[in-house]
Unconditional design. Sequence first.
Length: 143
Amino acid sequence: MGNISKNFSFSEFEHSDTAIREGIENTIPSAEVGDAIRRLTINVLQPLRDSLAALLIVESGYRCRKLNEMVGGVETSQHRKGEASDIRSPFFLPLDIARRIVSLKLPFDQLILYPTFVHVSHKRKGRQRGQILYNRRYAGEKI
Ligand SMILES: [Zn+2]
């Protein structure tokens, strides 16, 4: 499927260490999921990457049903639709990444701060809710 933007490729959204370990084939299943990933990247991830000017790692992108179950995700997870990704950077705290998304006014649907990464989603269709949530294990500063 190849590149989506200057710094992101579809394979990053399919990659999962858990999937590899468990022998799960986590490939983008449809044009709709591919389109959702593309929109998330073009509208949120690439502009964020450009602003930070630093490596941004997709920890978890698309999740097939099996992988999602394996990592304890709910079936309604936006990861299932390609609308969400968990991102981190070796150079920025999750709080800094989240603050940058907000200050750039990027069109996110949900932003969830975790201790080591940020979950960010962008709906393929419909209004972006702009919700900011904190995982129960997140003990850092709020936005
Ligand atoms: Zn997530």
